[in-house]
Design a protein around this ligand. Sequence first.
Ligand code: GLV
Ligand code: MN
Ligand code: MN
Length: 428
Amino acid sequence: MSGSVGRTPQIDGERLMRRLDELAQIGAIEGTHGNCRLALTDEDRAGRDLVCTWMADLGLDITIDGLGNVVACTEAGRVADSVMMGSHIDTVATGGRYDGNLGVLAGLEVIESVLSGGGMPTRPLSVGYFTDEEGSRFAPDMLGSLAYVGGIALEEALEITDRDGIAVGDELDRIGYRGSAPVPGAVPYAFMELHIEQGPVLEFHETQIGVVEGVQGISWTEVTLRGQSNHAGTTPMPLRRDAGLAACRIANEVRELAHNIGDSQVGTVGAISLVPNLVNVIAGLATMTVDLRNTSEAMLQHAESRLDEIVSRNAETEHLDVSMRRTARFEPVEFHPAVIDLVETCAAEAGLTHRRMPSGAGHDAQMLARVCPTAMIFVPSFDGVSHNPAEYTAPHDIEAGANLLADVVWRLANGEIDSEIGEIGATT
Ligand code: GLV
Ligand code: MN
Ligand code: MN
């Protein structure tokens, strides 16, 4: 690596914590530390407005694209030359205040620190937040960043509906975030995302920093089972077509499937809805979700075919009609080796304990990795808890992660690993 230009800026940890706290007041879940800011709701709009205000206060050039992805750059029209940071500010319905928000506000903090430090790096800096990363309201997850990199057509993304049949495009219009910048968006020089780990590994190993090497593959399936709704007292057991029973059996077998495949395989039935959902009526309709993830694409495909078999067998046993719909499917992603090395070097030079690890959760960075050199930094999650209002990361860990982000971004923006990046190119 060549020597860096100027000095790496130090971020202001208190300012970052204040912004995290202020954003968390929007969609706060009463009596908890957590948030409900589902994508494209009024709360999301208020969160977006607040972050845009902060971006504008720094004099950044803000662009909003046709899917509501927001990117702010230190120089107008130069996102394509910039080192981009970012993540998302939508949350799951039972979310914490750090998931996503940290990556956006730390990016903003890095930019503010650079701007107030006097010297600018060679390349511009940008920070973005992407629409509907969580996918809780509109599947798939990472929808905004997927479209940003050209992985789904804008028209298709705008037509996706939530459980109530409300379309992405209509909600964007309603909250005033259907912008005019093109989708796909400008490809930055490189992308970096700081995120909480959302799992127990760093805490268990008493390690401050996760050097993220990639993201495991994700497969979401919605299963619909149709039987017959009937009287709970009068229908003899052998004559039932009970969709609720089959859903429970499938959920049980998804747990066994993950256990039997082992290694990194996980399997989750996170939602089951029964109709009519009454104490004395056999459920005639069950809709359930299955989330399968594995770091190996081959093993993930194996898990998917096991799921197909489990669903058809249980539907047949209970004489049900069944349909399955894949709502998200992403292959495992490997980040750029030179950027991973840079994160590791910077962590070591800062005296931070660190370890290489995969990400169990999905992230916008996995989409940006399709088009530009990308990596991620993790900081520890207390008790490994996330997607839960109890999600917590200590301020000193947040500050260490944000300072590491600043160092990595500063060096990228000064061209320190241009030659390594040039040799390898984007790892798509
Ligand atoms: C996104 O948060 C996911 O990993 O489900
Ligand atoms: Mn996230
Ligand atoms: Mn999340």
